[in-house]
Write a new protein. Structure first.
Length: 317
């Protein structure tokens, strides 16, 4: 026994010393070189402040922002409703800017506005110029495909629930171009902003119609289902502060298959809607103070509706 201990004691002591060196010197240095703080688990708080997160927090990966394209209706200098020096084409830019300001406070959202009061966003100005033929081809191909669906009985032509002015050729190209660009750039939501007007004998006097209306793709459209979900969320928030033109259960939420803005002929795969916030001659828009307050509140309620929808996505995931 003594012989055995003498024979292996040196080896035993060497093993003990090696183990101690490993514990006290090598491991700490190894931990330091890895820099543990750089491989922290993504927490719910971290992710929720930056992007959409999944319900499995540990395996969450920061996603791209929820990207919204806001299209103020009509052109920069022409078109749209007007009443006593108040122009729809300017009001919608004010609402769009407020929506963008409010949403941009949260990095979860990214907002792109198609134009301001003077010019188209350079993204779209260049796109319309450089891709005119491609936009025409895009329009023609989708219209031809849609006609085949109708001819084969896969889709039915359903009368629109509202009346609209026909788009000029220039406006049509711009709207189809926006649809093409939106799908190419994976936009999550497209909202067209408008104010309404009504036919009346004396256009210098207010009309009898009041309230907001919303339009979404007809239920056969490829983007119809999601569009309705988002629109209903925004509708409910608007209804908390403003009256719809037709009171009742979503009675002012109309389906439409011919509006290019909504993806006519299946030219949009992402959710889209058109909001008519009020009639241009309504009292709430006639003084500077009242108008500013009203436009800001319209933007706030729209933002709340968008947030309701995005939050519901996060919960479902």
């Amino acid at each position: 026994m003594m012989y055995f201990m003498k024979k292996y004691s040196k080896t035993f002591y060497l093993l003990v010393i090696s183990f101690l060196i490993l514990i006290f010197f090598i491991v700490p240095n190894l931990r330091s070189s890895i820099n543990i703080k750089n491989i922290n688990t993504i927490t719910k708080e971290t992710v929720s402040n930056n992007a959409v997160f999944t319900s499995t927090v540990v395996s969450s990966v920061v996603a791209k922002p929820f990207t919204i394209l806001i299209v103020p209706g009509h052109d920069t200098n022409t078109g749209g409703a007007s009443f006593r020096g108040i122009y729809e084409r300017d009001l919608v830019v004010d609402v769009a800017n407020t929506i963008s300001t409010l949403l941009s406070q949260n990095p979860l959202y990214k907002v792109i506005i198609a134009r301001d009061k003077q010019n188209w966003n350079p993204i779209f100005a260049d796109y319309f110029t450089n891709n005119k033929q491609a936009i025409l081809d895009f329009k023609n191909e989708h219209q031809a495909a849609y006609k085949l669906l109708v001819a084969s009985g896969q889709e039915k032509v359903v009368p629109d629930m509202g009346e609209h002015n026909l788009a000029t050729p220039k406006t049509a190209i711009e709207l189809y171009g926006i649809n093409k660009w939106a799908d190419e750039n994976n936009i999550d939501l497209i909202i067209h902003l408008h104010f309404n007007n009504s036919t009346r004998i004396n256009v210098k006097l207010p009309g009898s119609h009041h309230g907001f209306d919303m339009f979404i793709p007809q239920k056969q459209s490829v983007n119809a289902a999601t569009s309705r979900i988002v629109a209903e969320d925004i509708y409910k928030e608007l209804e908390n502060k403003f009256s719809p033109e037709a009171p009742g259960y979503y009675n002012s939420l109309f389906e439409d298959h011919s509006l290019i803005a909504l993806g006519a002929s299946n030219t949009l795969t992402k959710p889209a809607m058109l909001i008519e916030y009020a009639f241009i001659y309504e009292k709430i828009l006639q003084t500077n103070t009242s108008r500013e307050q009203t436009l800001e509140q319209m933007a706030q309620q729209t933002v709340k509706g968008i947030q309701d929808y995005v939050n519901s996505i996060s919960l479902r995931n």
